[in-house]
Every structure is written in structure tokens, then in C-alpha cells.
Design a binder for this molecule. Structure first.
Ligand code: FAD
Length: 131
């Protein structure tokens, strides 16, 4: 039997969504981490202090619930479904240079598009990643 990559990812997404809110005390971010190919950095992780930081130090106090580094569009879809079902605010982030601090928020799921920065020439056009 052969499985298309999208079917595998779809199955992973369904498994994640089935466990949203199932864990006592809030959304099951561990399930989300297992459901994406990219990374999910959580408070307490060694990389969290760096992951939550924007360019402007004035926003250092903002503490997102998690910072995701989606590997591809399907990861973004899984994160958005998770956030919608768990009623967690989502904040997209590019370079994190916003003077107004719009690319972070305490309690939010930050989607850092920096890991989706590929540029590919396709015929007469070019496909540019969100990051
Ligand atoms: C030192 C410095 C110099 C600057 N100089 C200039 C300048 O000369 N000219 C100028 O125009 N600006 C300048 N800026 C401002 C900065 O370039 C802009 O704020 C720019 O939009 C930041 O891009 P970013 O990817 O870092 O945005 P971020 O801070 O990551 O995000 C900005 C906003 O866009 C949203 N967002 C990010 N990525 C996505 C996505 N993939 N999909 C949907 N929404 C998304 C975020 O949620 C947020 O609301 C400067 C900023 C700094 C810190």
C-alpha cells in the first residue's frame, strides 16, 4: 500500500486535533509538536528565551504560549486548526522587526515563518516563501 505524503500529514493533523484540549490544564502543545514536521518551542525549553524575543527589547516581557517554526504550508494549517479549536490567539511572525510589537503576544501561538524562506524559480514566475 502506498500513502501520499498529504495523507500522512492529514492523519497526523487529525491526531493532533483529536487531542486539543484533552490534556488537563489547557491545550496539548505536546501533541501539536508531534503533529508538525517543524519545531515547536515551549516555555521551559532551552531555546524559548531566544524564540520569544523580537528585535525590539521593549517587547521582551511578552510570553507566547508556544513558538512554532512550520516546515511547510501543511504545518501552518495544522497550527491554525489547533489554535482555532483550542481558542488560542495566533500571531504570524516574519523578521520580528515590527516597531509596534505586532509579531508577538502573551499567551499566543506565534507562527514564525522564518523557516519557510525558500525561493524557487517556476517557469516565468518565482515562488517566495512566507518568511
Ligand atoms: C532597525 C529597524 C529599521 C527599520 N527600517 C525600516 C525602513 O527603512 N522602512 C520600512 O518600511 N520599515 C522599516 N522598519 C520596520 C520594519 O521593516 C517593518 O516593520 C517590517 O514590516 C518588519 O518586517 P518583519 O518581517 O520583521 O515583520 P514582523 O515584525 O515579523 O511582523 C509585522 C506584522 O506582520 C505580521 N506578519 C508577519 N509575517 C506574516 C505572514 N507571513 N503572514 C501574515 N502576517 C504576517 C505580523 O503578525 C505583524 O503584525 C525598520 C525596523 C527596524 C527595527
Amino acid at each position: 500500500m502506498s500513502l501520499h505524503r498529504r495523507q500522512v500529514l492529514g492523519g497526523a493533523a487529525a491526531a493532533v486535533l483529536a487531542t486539543v484540549g484533552a490534556a488537563a490544564g489547557g491545550p496539548d502543545y505536546g501533541a501539536l509538536a508531534r503533529g508538525i514536521d517543524g519545531r515547536l518551542v515551549l516555555p521551559g525549553d532551552r531555546d524559548y528565551p531566544e524564540a520569544r524575543r523580537l528585535f525590539q527589547p521593549r517587547y521582551d516581557a511578552a510570553a507566547p504560549a508556544a513558538v512554532a517554526y512550520p516546515a511547510h504550508a501543511q504545518d501552518v494549517a495544522v497550527c491554525l486548526d489547533f489554535a482555532r479549536r483550542a481558542a488560542v490567539p495566533v500571531v504570524p511572525r516574519g523578521g520580528g522587526h515590527s516597531y509596534a510589537g505586532w509579531s508577538t503576544r502573551t499567551g499566543a501561538l506565534v507562527l514564525d515563518a522564518g523557516s519557510m524562506a525558500a525561493v524557487a524559480v517556476e517557469g516565468d514566475g518565482v515562488r517566495i516563501g512566507a518568511g
